[in-house]
Write a protein that binds this ligand. Structure first.
Ligand SMILES: Cc1cc2nc3c(=O)[nH]c(=O)nc-3n(C[C@H](O)[C@H](O)[C@H](O)COP(=O)(O)OP(=O)(O)OC[C@H]3O[C@@H](n4cnc5c(N)ncnc54)[C@H](O)[C@@H]3O)c2cc1C
Length: 305
């Protein structure tokens, strides 16, 4: 179960007592506030607090004009302009604070994003729960043969069964020893800060993660991408849905220019221009390496529909 009964009671309590505010609120985000979105087998993402909306981005960009001087349609146009021209600071005017429950090996990737504020569950102070990420059979994939940093087909048959058994058994055994080591029945009990070191990286941790919209979009660009590991991508996908409800114009512009767009080098642009003039350009005549050409062709040929 992703949420403990205490956490669920806290959410129910918070959602049952709305407060009045003079601050700008985003209706889409109010729907998400406090609720947990399940991710993986025991994880979740939930919005604890947020500041700003699409208008806050425009307000900051215009500074001297003030809100209400432009139509909503112009707000969207302005946001698209800001996104297109990499004007980042107006997007920093919006912030979000998330409560995330995630496996430790996912947290290690996540924490590389240094532009957020983090407060993590203390396994020195508290006892970790017996909760481990065990992949669904379809996510239990073989090493990719084409990409050292990726996975291929799902494992099958006896091998899949054995791997799942190892993952479960190793986790349970490690947790049994953890419990035994910290236990105080007839022994001193090892300090929690030491006992945790035998726990595997698929154990769950939790943190509060606060970030501004500009850096959140950067995180999502990298982690909701097909190159990101599945286990962090599902968290990024869940957050994408939240952001789409929170700042719909900004998210639409982000999806268009960043997620769906591509950056071309000057050699690649030169090839596009030559192709448009009717020239048959090959890798050999492109001035690009084989890898660059493959990626360039991938951009030209990929069909998002
Ligand atoms: C698919 C994928 C594979 C990866 N593989 C590996 C890997 O094999 N090994 C590995 O170690 N990491 C790996 N990473 C992590 C990656 O290198 C980055 O550390 C991570 O994505 C965080 O990106 P960031 O630094 O841009 O983000 P943030 O830390 O949020 O920073 C955002 C931006 O702020 C600026 N910034 C922040 N801090 C500084 C600073 N101290 N100095 C200068 N500028 C700063 C930079 O412009 C940066 O882009 C991988 C990431 C992805 C998405």
């Amino acid at each position: 179960m992703p949420l403990s009964p205490d956490q669920q009671a806290e959410i129910d309590d918070l959602r049952s007592t709305p407060r009045e505010t003079l601050r700008a609120t985003a209706p889409g985000m109010e729907q998400h506030l406090y609720k947990a979105i399940p991710v993986l087998d025991h994880g979740f993402v939930r919005v604890i607090d947020y500041m700003g909306d699409d208008s806050a981005i425009c307000q900051a960009a215009r500074v001297s004009y003030g809100r209400g001087t432009k139509s909503v349609q112009n707000d969207e146009g302005l946001i698209r302009y800001l996104m297109r021209h990499w004007h980042s600071t107006p997007f920093e005017m919006c912030e979000v604070k998330l409560h995330v429950k995630l496996p430790v090996f996912v947290a290690r990737q996540w924490i590389r994003h240094r532009t957020a504020n983090v407060n993590e569950y203390s396994a020195r102070y508290s006892i970790l729960d017996r909760e481990f990420y065990i992949p669904e059979p379809e996510a239990l994939a073989a090493q990719s043969v084409v990409n050292n940093q990726g996975r291929g087909e799902a494992l099958q048959g006896e091998e899949a069964d054995r791997v799942l058994r190892y993952l479960r058994d190793d986790a349970m055994r490690a947790y049994d020893h953890y419990e035994e080591m910290i236990g105080q029945d007839g022994q001193q009990g090892l300090a929690r800060e030491l006992a945790r070191m035998n726990l595997p990286a698929n154990i769950y941790t939790q943190w509060y993660w606060k970030v501004d919209l500009h850096n959140l979009l950067h995180f999502l660009r990298l982690r909701a991408d097909a190159h990101a590991q599945y286990e962090i991508r599902v968290y990024a996908d869940a957050i994408c849905n939240v952001v789409a409800d929170w700042v719909p114009f900004a998210y639409k512009a982000f999806a268009d220019y960043r997620m769906g767009g591509a950056t071309l080098s000057s050699s690649a642009l030169d090839c596009v221009r030559r192709m448009l003039k009717g020239e048959t350009v090959t890798q050999e005549t492109s001035g690009m390496s084989k890898g660059e050409w493959r990626e360039f062709m991938g951009v030209l040929e990929s069909d998002p529909s």
